[in-house]
Design a protein around this ligand. Sequence first.
Ligand SMILES: [Zn+2]
Length: 113
Amino acid sequence: MHEMALAESIRDLIDAQAAREGFRRVCTVELEIGRLAIVDVPALRFALDIALRDTIAGGAELVIDEPSGQALCMQCSNSVELAQRGDACPDCGGYQLTVTDGDQMRVSGLVVE
Ligand SMILES: [Zn+2]
């Protein structure tokens, strides 16, 4: 399960940061998951619930931001908003699109004490 592997890498990242900065508890984990990232958000929430249990981030609140997708159209050279992968360019109907934003998945912040 892809989301479980993601959840484990987020846990490792939090552990590494805790070791470096010496905080003892994580209250909030802020994540940025672009709309074009191939991540099932409810499944990731569930996986994080399990992966973070018994860690310093156990019971932390998850705040997930889902920025919209942006792409550059090769056909009309416009930068357009893309609701999902595989969609046509809303301006010209072309399919030669290069995703420029909204496919990221990262921890954008931790609220710690
Ligand atoms: Zn276009």
